[in-house]
Design a protein around this ligand. Structure first.
Ligand code: GTP
Ligand code: MG
Length: 241
């Protein structure tokens, strides 16, 4: 089998597993949000705030976080009070659907509404792997420069939402936000971009509100309309009396 055929088969198998996982989780009322970015863009810092706010608001939330090594991110995220589990990939540069499924088995608390998955920091490999998510968020920090969407189009092409992070540092980096927005639009026209800072709190309320909106369970079907009652003509005798 050629390398291309092997890669296609691996991705197809992952897609099948991801679709099954998404269906199982949906049946249990859980929605997965996959966070992708280059190393150090601020995924964990952002998630620390989002998990804390969800816990405070009573939204049942949990998180899986992937890294090649260490449990550092899980320790940071666990301070929110949400259930958190580290996935140590032992050198694998991305998460795959079977890794997510295996780490959820017997661990994910019943009734979890939102499951955040922090992917391994990498803008290349994670982009090709569906993890059973319903929402894919791509993060970019102002310190990375404006042109990353064009340079890593696969990651941005499938983004449901783009989060610009560390905007408190924009001035120090001479970051040109319009150039970044143009770069995003060139790859993923129409996708929403939310500027944030985990340091100052800017944009975090807006981001959480949008995430909750985009992952809201579908409204129950409207009850059937009652049968139309035939219009009754007034009794010619009674109304006269
Ligand atoms: N000034 C500033 N620093 C930030 C912000 N968000 C994160 N940082 C810092 O950026 C560094 C990396 O942040 P992390 O949250 O660890 O980034 P990450 O994307 O989770 O990194 P990996 O998991 O290793 O890929 C840390 O030193 C954070 O304190 C922010 O909004 N503003
Ligand atoms: Mg992290």
């Amino acid at each position: 089998m050629s390398i291309v055929a092997l890669r296609t088969a691996v991705l197809a198998k992952n897609d099948d597993l991801a679709a099954a996982l998404r269906a199982d989780l949906a049946a249990a009322g859980t929605v997965v949000i996959n966070l992708l970015s280059s190393p150090g863009s601020g995924k964990t810092a952002l998630l620390e705030v989002l998990l804390t706010r969800c816990v405070e608001a009573g939204v049942p939330v949990a998180a899986l976080t992937g890294d090649l090594a260490t449990e550092n991110d899980a320790k940071r995220l666990a301070r929110s009070g949400a259930p958190v589990r580290q996935v140590v990939t032992d050198g694998l540069c991305h998460l795959e659907a079977d890794l997510v499924r295996d780490h959820l088995a017997g661990w994910l608390p019943d009734g979890t509404r939102l499951l955040f998955v922090e992917n391994v920091g990498n803008l290349v490999c994670p982009a090709s792997y569906d993890l059973g998510e319903s929402l894919r968020i791509v993060l970019a920090s102002v310190t990375e420069g404006e042109d990353k969407p064009e340079k890593y189009p696969t990651a941005y092409r499938w983004a449901d939402l783009v989060v610009l992070t560390k905007v408190d540092l924009a001035g120090a980096c001479d970051f040109d936000e319009q150039a970044f927005l143009d770069s995003v639009t060139g790859v993923r026209p129409g996708v929403e971009v939310i500027p944030t800072s985990a340091r100052t709190g800017q944009g975090l309320d807006a981001l959480l509100a949008r995430v909750l909106e985009l992952t809201a369970p579908p409204a129950p079907p409207a009850p059937p309309a009652p049968p139309a009652t035939p219009a009754t003509a007034p009794d010619p005798v009674s109304w006269r009396n």
